[in-house]
Design a protein around this ligand. Sequence first.
Ligand code: TEU
Ligand code: CA
Length: 557
Amino acid sequence: MKLTWFRKGTIYQIYPRSFNDSNNDGIGDLRGIIEKLDYIKSLHIDIIWLSPIFSSPNDDNGYDISDYCSIMPEFGTMEDFDELLKETHSRGMRLILDLVANHCSDEHIWFEEAKKSKDNPYRDYFHWRKPGSDGNVPNNWKSFFGGSAWEYDEASGEYYLHLFTKKQPDLNWENPKVREEIYNAMRFWLDKGVDGFRMDVIPLISKAIGYPDAPDVGFRKIIEDVYANGPTVHEYLKEMNEEVISKYDAFSLAEGVGINESNAGLYINEDRKELDMLYHFDILECTIVNGKFEEVSPFNLVEMKKIFKNWRDAVHRTGWIANAMGNHDFARMVSRFGDDKKYHSESAKMLVTMLSTQNGTLNIYQGDEIGMTNITLNEIDEVRDIQSLNFYEENQLTKRYSEDLALKMINKEGRDNARTPVQWNDEINGGFSLNQPWLKSNPNSTEINVKNQDEDSSSILNFYRDLLKIRKRYDVFVFGDFEEIEFDNPNVYIYKKKLGKEEIMVLLNFSSSEETCCHKNGIRKESKVLVNNYEYVGIEDDRVLLKPYQGLILDLK
Ligand code: TEU
Ligand code: CA
């Protein structure tokens, strides 16, 4: 397996709405991104992934597309996009777009036509079903965002399927015309020079035959067993690769919802010629038992090590994954897995040290490079995320939790945490916009911001820069063979990695106490320290002492 540009590269995800607002209307935009390309380059980023930038009524912030080949007017024009692409390329970076092909917007012309009559040529672009035997919904499928996955259409007396909001009808991939429409949209962007796609919920495109009821198990299990991995998904992905992606110097990064390590190879093994890589949900959801806003389990380091190990065992040298601990759908990485107060800087640095030494492509989410944290929204009117709003509304009917608790849960787990405006400086709205942003800016922008950290050589930002630069010099970071040390230790994560002549050792303290570890194991007092988030080095001949949240990479050669 070759270390191609996309395997070795670091991906930086931009959520355009929250990135940088160039015209002060409170909404981030493409020109705002262009202004920051040098900044992104300064992080040693290779690939920029843009969350959806296409026309959309924004029920789900662009994940509901009403025209696949145009730019959302709030974000700018096609000329702005062309310039963004050109300027990205001229800095030696690549650009990938978000392909949301499982569903479109109910305001897409396809759906508007489909609704007109049962014999409309677009009718079969979607999934329509007659009411079930009780005159109600066709089956018990639930939407990812609460409520039934079926919405009734008065005019025709039928229901249509929407696995997300009712403004996101699922496309019927069984229909070859639908597939051709999507492939044509992909070609449109690839012909412009785009370098690939992140593929939204791609494992969901093929639906279970006959739409069988889901068993009475947790939502995650339902996704794996019923919604994802349908009977024809591999046929479609092969077709998509053969007819579109493989014709370009482009790659696909799949959102691996519903994929586990036992079936991942079917999607990403190189010889299958389907997808180039995926990011799975096992790390992202390791504290979420069944679904958001339900049971949560405390973070458990040994469980996390197991997840990394199982995935490595499953795909090492046959397929490829991307590693992420945060994105626009989850609370902030440092708030979830680190300590966003006392050890803010230390833990943010330690976490990226871990992530950048796992095999796979590294995914960074905007703002994590300065350790952006969760936000507290004080009332429901401040919440913007449709998933959180739907949960709140449903809870008002069921009264399962008090209103206070529901808001607390939103503050802990809700997607707005990751969507607050990027904090550029200590001025109004963190320098994102002079006008009230669409989602409130985190008041801690006075402390945590790019400008402060740019000037401070010991900042999280400069740590990211140094680390990502070093990572480019060592293939072992990305591709090495693993040897775990003290696997059952619940506080520290230690591993050696080897590739040809390169050998490194990674020592990470996930706790807020000092830890002594690594008794013997080939470490020498004079081992060369490549990366360290403290000035302190506690290597003795027979043990290592790690400060709270300390992270070290040693070069053993
Ligand atoms: O996310 C799919 C998905 O599975 C998420 O909804 C996830 O389960 C949830 O956010 C975690 O609680 C993708 C996009 O990343 C997301 O932003 C979209 O809302 C969704 O698809 C629909 O397009
Ligand atoms: Ca704007």
